[in-house]
Each structure stands twice: as C-alpha cells, then as structure tokens.
Unconditional design. Structure first.
Length: 141
C-alpha cells in the first residue's frame, strides 16, 4: 500500500479513475487488437481498390491490343492493294502473305531461342537434392 491507501496494482488514469494493472493491460491488449484489425481492414480495402484499378487497366490494354490487330490487318490490306497496282492481285496477296510468314517465323524463332537460353537454377536444384538426400539418410537411420 502507498501513502494514499492504494495497493500497488492500481493505477490512476488520466480522468481520475483508478484501474488495476490487469485491467489496464486488458485495455491495452484490446486496443492493440482493434488497431491490428483496422490495419488489416485498411490493407484489404487498399488491395481491393488496387485490383479494381489493375482490372480496368488490363481491360484498356486488351481493347487497345484488339484495335491494334485490326489496324495491322488494314495496313496489310493496304500494302496488298498498293502492290495490285504493279502486279496481279493474287501475286500481291502472296507477297504480303510471305512477308507476314517471314515476320512470324522470325518472332517465333527469337522467342524459342530465348526460351532455350533459360537455364534452371542449378544451385537451388543442387540444394534441394542434398536436402532430399539428407532426409533419406535420416529416415533410414
């Protein structure tokens, strides 16, 4: 007991009421829990809003990509019609078609070569093999 007759486990709060130490700790714990819950809710809200913005951006990208494909089709058609002024229409279509096949082949070839250049993470694979080996040794002993 102190000089005011209080036990050592009571604390006077800022508004004049006395609280026990366990009660004060419960209040602090409750406040921390509420704060963590509100932070989690805020994070959920922010992630949801970001996902909606990303969805909107992706939809615009897809729409732009579709329009770009149509635009390229018209450019190919324009090239074919321009060639018809010089050569027969079947030959102009063939020339544009062959050029497109060559461009597609070059793109596919470059992508394939880049894929072949990707190597698995050797150090990670070796570490995994060693982990499995040690697990087998531990299991057999």
């Amino acid at each position: 007991m102190d000089i005011h007759g209080r036990t050592s486990s009571t604390i006077q709060s800022g508004n004049g009421e006395e609280r026990t130490l366990p009660g004060l700790l419960d209040t602090i714990e409750s406040g921390i829990r509420k704060m963590v819950r509100s932070e989690i809710e805020l994070a959920k809200t922010e992630v949801t809003e970001a996902a909606h913005r990303a969805r909107s951006a992706v939809l615009w990208l897809v729409a732009g990509g579709v329009l770009a494909v149509f635009a390229m089709d018209f450019l190919y058609l324009t090239a074919m019609l321009a060639l018809e002024l010089v050569v027969a229409s079947w030959l102009s279509a063939l020339i544009v078609g062959v050029m497109l096949v060559a461009a597609a082949w070059a793109g596919i070839s470059a992508g394939r070569d880049r894929l072949k250049a990707i190597r698995p993470p050797r150090e990670t694979m070796q570490a995994i093999r060693e982990d499995f080996r040690s697990l087998k040794e531990q299991g057999s002993s």
